[in-house]
Design a protein around this ligand. Structure first.
Ligand SMILES: *Cc1c(COP(=O)(O)O)cnc(C)c1O
Length: 355
């Protein structure tokens, strides 16, 4: 894309409401030990687990825009949902409280109500009001179900003078009170940030690899790459959905972001790379490989991975290297999207899987 168009995109995003509370840029580091072991491409890491907000993670970038949008629209509360160990929900809780909005969370559990551990402990400490709900057995929680449950609670909340900004899980899909895909916009900027860091190091990345869940991170990185570094490919490693339906979600968010930015860029089907080979049993389910990779990154690189997202993405990255997906001269950037609090909720399970 032409220089003036790049500048125009950045200028446009700059006019949107945003509170700046993160420690940016997050570090980019070369993983020398891992690179040496696998003898494949050079592996770098973007430490978005170190945004300096709560325990960091990708949701904090999204909330710089989302909470500013909520305040601008006159809300005094924020309502969202997720699974019990949702990183998104904790980040919503702490950001809402910090900016004077009452955090309301609908948390879905399977089988039995969870203990106040990991992110739930943090939700409580951050001042969230939590409503627990048993997820339908064997089914994913849909936007329709979550939003209809929230809808039913609105009169009761109104009686308490709460007027919640309703935002979809992960801050990804434009829905409820969030009209533009603000989460994806924040990740367009995250790509730009990493691209500038690479430029300062005198390098560029051939691939960016990351865990993908509700789609905004991938949509934003994809657009960032198309605008600033078209030769960089983005690979989203799914932790929950199968690739066909999930690619469609990413596309919907991409199209919404293009519309919000008044940009005309054609995104081809092959630009949206989602792999679903590393689910390791499904969302929040773990295999011995999860424990193994967490230990490996900690012992070799001093990096803590979480079991739900980043460990699975790293399993995928290592497997792709071993299967010679990349060339030896390639440079690959692994985006660490955070999630470390969940490690402490699943500790016993993870140790029991040690092989
Ligand atoms: C939410 C989350 C993701 C996925 O990001 P999306 O934008 O929802 O796709 C990846 N890693 C971690 C740790 C997360 O909490």
């Amino acid at each position: 894309m032409k220089e003036d168009l790049k500048a125009e995109v950045l200028r446009k995003i700059d006019t949107w409401p945003r509170f700046r509370f993160l420690h940016l840029p997050t570090p980019v580091k070369f993983l020398a030990n891992l690179t040496e072991k696998y003898k494949g491409p050079e592996i770098y890491i973007k430490r978005d687990d170190l945004t300096g907000w709560g325990f960091g993670g990708n949701k904090s970038r999204k909330l710089e825009f989302i909470v500013a949008d909520a305040i601008k629209k006159g809300h005094n509360s924020l309502f969202t949902w997720g699974s019990v160990q949702s990183n998104w929900c904790f980040q919503c809780a702490l950001t809402s409280s910090r900016f004077g909005l009452k955090p309301l969370l609908l948390l879905f559990y399977q089988d039995k109500r969870p203990e106040d551990e990991g992110n739930i402990l943090l939700d409580r400490l951050a001042g969230a009001e939590i409503y627990f709900y048993e997820a339908p057995a064997g089914k994913v929680v849909t936007r329709d179900l979550a939003s209809s449950l929230i809808e039913k609670m609105l009169p009761e909340l109104k009686a308490k003078n709460l007027n919640p900004y309703i935002v979809s899980v992960g801050g990804s899909m434009p829905f409820g009170s969030m009209e533009a895909p603000l989460g994806a916009i924040s990740y367009l900027l995250a790509f730009h940030e990493a691209w500038e860091q690479a430029k300062n190091l005198g390098i560029s990345f051939h691939y960016v690899v990351h865990a993908t869940g509700s789609g905004a991170t991938q949509a934003g990185l994809l657009l960032g790459a198309r605008i600033f570094s078209p030769q960089t490919k983005i690979i989203g490693l799914s932790v929950s959905d199968e690739k066909t339906s999930f690619s469609q979600e990413v596309r919907t968010i991409v199209e919404a972001a293009l519309k919000a930015l008044s940009l005309e860029i054609k995104i081809e089907a092959e630009d949206i790379i989602v792999l679903d080979d590393y689910l390791e049993g499904g969302y929040g389910v773990f295999s011995p490989r999860v424990t193994k990779v967490i230990k490996e990154l900690l012992q070799r690189e001093g990096v803590v991975l979480d079991p739900v997202y980043t460990a699975k993405a790293m399993i995928g990255l290592i497997d792709l290297i071993e299967r010679r997906y990349f060339k030896e001269k390639d440079r690959v950037l692994f985006f660490h999207t955070g999630g470390t609090p969940a490690l402490f909720a699943y500790g016993k399970k993870i140790l029991s899987l040690e092989s």
